[in-house]
Ligand binder design. Structure first.
Ligand code: ADP
Length: 478
């Protein structure tokens, strides 16, 4: 009937309705929604809620003895279990599954679904149909065996529980949860503890706060109950974000990578709700780590700044404090890791709740030397072109005092560019087919190249160091 209407056969459509007496106008054809999908969605929802698959039954027909049989004892008919659940990927009790949120809303149109599916693929970093089944359940396995800690094999993509069970039918919550869920790391950032050069004290403390309480929960009770909040502060480019990424890589916790842009909403009141949903989601997906990058842009001192503070922003801050209090009173395995380049701008009440505060310092001489050695080894190969270096690492480590990790990386890059730059002219003048490059031999990068680069690149944070140390004296916890 809809088809007839659409094609302009109005009379035929009316006649069909009258003759069938079915009142078809009350129904609408749904694109891309079929009974099988609905059943599968229901079964996975049921599984998440009750840890077992539902038994979907069908009323038996008496005379079909091949399918249904009466039990010998007489009485009721035996009911058959549908084989739908056999088609579903079985989820081991420890495993959890991420479904695109839009799937919960079966009424969404295809138009509004498309971007969500796309973003799901992007987040999962995979377009492979073998990993994402056609009903949106991700079926690749989660590797629980590695747990937290150093070494081990690269972990597979993280799978998390579907949010639909968390938000129910509330559409506002659904939207807010979707915003937050976008910042959950599903893809492994692939930073190992060993990839972080130096920073031994910071690494040890982070492990103590996040890794060990999950691995040895029996130890962390009473006075030893785990830290709920940790602040990494220090000059920019010293590896604070890197430490957080190592937590995400090495620990099997759900990692919420939250920046100011996620929770600072231009809609009054939304920021406050976003904070609440963030913590609720973190509890739902526990064990979780909430990483608040550039904390000063979310949690600067209240009332600071010209013209007073926006009421919405104040409410958001209060909510964050309330949520942090909630964490410290509960046994939930939710941990807040915050990073800031400007700790002196932070709200004092927030500081109190970040019980552990660690200065991520500029690298020591040994660390600087190790970094240069790491980024400019004696021989390296990029794109089939060999790069050789002849560097006095120890002397260069000495000369780079005051440089942060990212400054040193920049200097190494610039030094490596020098011999490459020299051959550009030769390459450009090489008239023949561009694809057929002449055999390239790069000059060796020498210590004097490196020193020359240092002379032109100033350390970015050296001047601020005194301020960090003064702040450390006043605020750092033991
Ligand atoms: P921030 O402290 O500002 O968060 P990042 O962690 O983002 O700094 O570091 C920026 C970049 O500098 C990193 O991606 C990494 O390449 C390099 N880097 C800084 N510190 C270290 C370190 N200790 N070990 C290895 N690389 C480092």
């Amino acid at each position: 009937m809809h088809y007839l209407m659409q094609e302009g056969y109005v009379d035929s459509s009316n006649a069909l309705e009258q003759e069938t007496k079915l009142g078809l106008r009350r129904f609408e054809v749904c694109d891309n929604i079929d009974l099988e999908t609905i059943l599968m969605e229901y079964e996975s929802y049921y599984y998440i809620k009750f840890q077992k698959y539902p038994k979907i039954t069908k009323k038996a027909v008496d005379n079909d003895s091949s399918l249904y049989s009466k039990p010998r004892s007489g009485g009721k008919l035996r009911r058959t279990v549908s084989n739908y659940s056999q088609g579903l990927p079985r989820i081991a009790p420890q495993q959890t599954v991420q479904r695109p949120i839009s799937r919960g809303n079966t009424r969404t149109t295809e138009h509004s679904k498309a971007p969500n599916r796309e973003s799901c693929k992007q987040e999962n970093g995979s377009n492979s149909p073998s990993e994402v089944s056609d009903f949106g359940l991700n079926v690749s396995a989660i590797n629980k065996s590695g747990g937290c800690g150093e070494g081990g094999h690269p972990k597979k993509e993280r799978l998390i529980k579907p949010v639909s069970a968390f938000i129910g039918a509330n559409s506002e919550m659904r939207e807010l949860a979707a915003v937050i869920s976008r910042d959950i790391y599903l893809q492994n950032p692939n930073v190992r503890w060993d990839d972080i050069i130096g920073l031994d004290a910071a690494k040890r403390l982070v492990k103590e706060a996040v890794v060990y309480p999950i691995r040895y929960p029996q130890l962390f009770t009473g006075i030893l109950s785990p830290w709920k909040g940790l602040l990494l502060y220090g000059p920019p480019g010293t590896g604070k974000t890197l430490l957080a990424k190592a937590v995400a890589t090495e620990c099997n916790t759900t990692f919420f990578n939250i920046s100011a842009s996620t929770i600072v909403s231009k809609w009054r009141g939304d920021s406050e709700k976003l904070v609440r949903v963030l913590f609720e989601l973190a509890r739902y997906h526990a064990p979780s780590t909430i990483f608040l990058d550039e904390l000063e842009s979310v949690m600067s001192q209240r009332g600071a700044g010209a013209g007073g503070e926006h009421e919405g922003s104040l409410r958001m801050k209060t909510e964050l404090l309330v949520q942090m209090d909630g964490l410290s009173r509960s046994d939930d395995l939710v941990f807040v890791l915050a990073a800031s380049n400007l700790p002196w701008e932070l709200d004092y009440a927030m500081l109190r709740r970040l019980e552990k505060r660690i200065l991520v310092d500029l690298p020591s001489k040994e660390a600087r030397q190790a970094m240069i050695q790491h980024w400019l080894p004696p021989v390296s190969n990029s794109g089939g072109v060999e790069l050789r270096t002849d560097l006095e690492y120890s002397m260069l480590g000495e000369e780079t005092e005051g440089y942060s990790g990212s400054d040193i990386k920049l200097v190494c890059k610039e030094a490596a560019m020098r011999p490459v730059r020299k051959i550009f002219n030769a390459l450009e003048n090489h008239q023949s087919d561009r694809k057929d490059l002449p055999a390239i031999r790069l000059d060796t990068v020498t210590s004097s190249d490196f020193l020359d680069v240092i002379a032109h690149t100033k350390p970015s944070a050296k001047s601020l160091m005194q301020k960090y140390i003064a702040w450390q004296k006043e605020f750092e916890s033991v």
